[in-house]
Design a binder for this molecule. Structure first.
Ligand SMILES: [Zn+2]
Length: 259
């Protein structure tokens, strides 16, 4: 990609295979997800860490092809997937499980290609049972949902959790993880066409809303007037007020985009 704009700015080009530095790894890309993050980087809305020309794509899984001189964590032939970004691993944020706040955090790019170089620190070994298409989305989506459900909201047995944007890449794993923690899940979606799929994914209840309409009275009916213990909001301002009104006294909220 050599400029910002619509999908037409993406071009197929032959470029040299990148060389890994001492603490970097060359991956043969097995699969790369297409995320909304890629869309806002492509159209120029999100420009942090963006330097043109760029190969987009950060939901990466693949096979280690070659490693830099100081890399000991992986070896050629290993199957791996990537975290969303590189962090230093040494600062007080990294040491406290808050790598998202690391001052040295650096975005991962380059998955829309046959080969990509990434820092060794971002790699996580992929079990044989998981294919690349599944593995590539674990860091950017399931990792964020895990952070929201387990580490930030501390969802536990008996909780009722409202999840907005429930059919999206963050919403679906949030449903599965909240169910695994023993919660009752209320999924919020804008489309009646998605109700069945959300029930199949584990949602106990589905509320169709999120288009600016106040859906909190439906949530209150579903919770016998108590409200939900936890809101995991993957949408933001369009649903925030109604989510807030769906809350029980002293509940928890978690904006997954900032987790
Ligand atoms: Zn750090």
């Amino acid at each position: 990609m050599r400029g910002f704009g619509g999908p037409e700015v993406l071009r197929i080009e032959e470029v040299p295979t990148p060389e890994p530095g001492a603490e970097e790894v060359l991956l043969r890309v097995g699969a790369c997800g297409v995320s909304y993050h890629d869309v806002v980087e492509r159209n120029g809305t999100y420009r942090a860490d963006m330097k043109l020309p760029v190969v987009l794509g950060y939901e990466i899984a693949g096979t280690v092809e070659r490693v830099g001189a100081r890399v000991t964590s992986v070896k050629p032939g290993d199957r791996v997937c990537c975290k969303v970004f590189h962090s230093c691993g040494r600062c007080r944020f990294c040491r406290n499980g808050m790598e998202t706040a690391c001052p040295e955090r650096r975005a991962v790019h380059g998955g829309y290609a046959e080969y990509v170089v990434v820092p060794d620190e971002v790699l996580v070994e992929l079990p044989d049972a998981l294919d690349f298409a599944t593995g590539c989305m674990l860091g950017p989506t399931v990792g964020v949902a895990l952070n929201a459900v387990r580490d930030t909201a501390h969802v536990q047995l008996g909780d009722t959790v409202l999840i907005s944007g429930a059919s999206g890449g963050l919403g679906l794993p949030s449903i599965e993880l909240a169910k695994a923690a023993g919660a009752t899940v209320i999924a919020l979606t804008r489309s009646t066409a998605k109700v069945q799929a959300l029930r199949k994914a584990g949602a106990d209840h589905v509320v169709v809303g999120g288009d600016g309409r106040d859906f909190s009275s439906e949530v209150m009916v579903l919770t016998d007037g108590a409200g939900v213990d936890v809101v995991i909001d993957n949408v933001g301002s369009m649903v925030f007020t109604a989510c807030f009104k769906s809350w029980r006294w002293a509940g928890a909220t978690c904006l997954s985009a900032s987790c």
